[in-house]
Design a protein around this ligand. Structure first.
Ligand code: SAH
Length: 395
């Protein structure tokens, strides 16, 4: 784990200039050669094709994305480095008013810490390592975290798929001392119970926090369909803001158990109905029934994780959007999302337009939606933006 600047192994790139100076990803095919024998997951000094210093990054010979740059300065990548990066991430969120009860404190490349995600739920930090390099320095990360946010419990929730790819054992559990099984967090006026180590992501979809608030503000008096509801985030906000009724659809019983708990926690259970169904089938059925809603939310899982499966994803997005549009009465709202990395905002808008053409409905765009500000997007690293959505009104 030594990171002494002078003795670090060197990785030589074939390229120089432009993207090389601002984008942290280095693919195996872009490596001209190595000097020294870096251990998998260790820090290397990166030299560009012109012989100039290009940064310091974690190296992994196993993956095609072989190195991710951590810093553009010739500095040690050590405990102090991680402490400073984490403090910087916290300062950004505090200045932007984002450091609430539940928020993402570290968003990988977006915070200059590629391969690391940290979410905060009350006093608990949940850490996800996506790279071998990050998993090896978990003790530095935890120390930096505790220095920044206080000496709370740290839960490890490594991404199993990432771990397999990178060649490390994914960890799930408390780092050193035990913390609570659940944490109840506040998001605006709503409260949510997060089960640590259970469910999706780190337990909650923090990336939708601002969209839940925005959609909630328009929900009063409406009948709501929250398709792909997970633990009921949108439905809870909509009902708390005065929606008449909400139906949550999810294929996962665990997700719906979370939704039931969250609706009850906010005193909203009576106005909600949960359906354990395949949302594709249920949307079709509701359409046949001529059901009408004043607000539909479509927040599906990614339909593709690969660029070459985009066309199949297009069909999936078009299908659910087409059905949802047909369920809207005049003045009805549709909040529709895609979290697939390979789907661009323009592609998504195109799919929604095609769906509207087939449905024969005219829709006004009330806003383009994206991930919450605690998932910062770097202009020079477009991959840091993955969530896109549209808020549409049927005319
Ligand atoms: N809107 C939620 C997050 C949704 S995540 C929030 O704000 O918290 C996507 C959800 O879709 C997951 O809960 C998953 O269980 C569910 N899901 C995946 N495929 C589905 C399908 N075919 N039908 C219904 N639900 C599905």
């Amino acid at each position: 784990m030594s990171s002494d600047d002078g003795n670090r192994p060197r990785l030589h790139l074939t390229r120089a200039g432009g993207r090389t100076r601002v984008h942290p990803w280095i693919y195996r095919g872009e490596i001209a050669g190595l000097e020294g024998e870096p251990e998998p997951g260790a820090a290397v000094t990166v030299i560009d094709g012109s012989g100039a210093f290009a940064g310091v990054g974690f190296y992994n010979p196993r993956t095609s994305l072989a190195c991710r740059i951590l810093t553009r300065r010739e500095e040690a990548v050590d405990a102090a480095f991680f402490a400073a990066r984490i403090a910087g991430a916290l300062a950004y969120r505090r200045a932007a008013g984002l450091a609430s009860d539940a928020y993402r404190l570290v968003w990988s490349e977006g915070d200059g810490l590629p391969g690391l995600v940290v979410d905060r739920y009350g006093a608990v930090s949940v850490v996800q390592c996506f790279t071998l390099g990050m998993s090896r320095v978990i003790d530095w990360i935890a120390a930096g975290l505790r220095a920044a946010v206080g000496d709370g419990p740290v839960y490890l929730a490594d991404d199993p798929a990432g771990a397999r790819l990178e060649g490390f054992e994914p960890r799930r559990g408390w780092l050193d001392r035990e913390g609570p099984e659940t944490v109840t967090v506040r998001e605006g006026d709503a409260r949510f119970r997060v089960r640590l180590g259970a469910g999706h992501k780190t337990g909650f979809y923090l990336d939708q926090a601002e969209n839940r608030a925005r959609v909630g503000r328009r929900a009063a008096g409406r009948r709501v369909l929250d398709a792909f509801s997970y633990s009921g985030g949108f439905a809870v906000h909509a009902l708390a803001a005065g929606a008449e009724h909400a139906i949550c659809l999810d294929s996962s019983p665990e997700a719906l158990a979370g939704a039931r708990e969250n609706l009850a926690l906010n005193g909203l259970a009576e106005r909600a109905e949960l359906r354990e169904v395949n949302a594709f089938d249920e949307l079709r059925r509701l359409e046949r029934e001529h059901a009408r809603f004043g607000l539909v939310i479509l927040d599906p899982p990614p339909f593709t994780r690969r660029r070459d499966a985009l066309e199949a994803a297009r069909r999936g997005y078009k299908e659910i959007n087409l059905r949802a549009m047909r369920l809207l009465g005049p003045g009805g709202l549709l909040a529709t999302f895609s979290c697939s990395h390979h789907v661009s905002p323009a592609f998504f808008e195109d799919v929604c337009r095609a769906a509207a053409e087939d449905a024969g409905v005219t829709l006004r765009t009330l806003g383009a939606l994206t991930q919450s500000g605690d998932h910062p997007v770097l202009l020079t690293v477009p991959e840091t933006r993955y969530l896109k959505g549209l808020l549409l009104e049927r005319l």
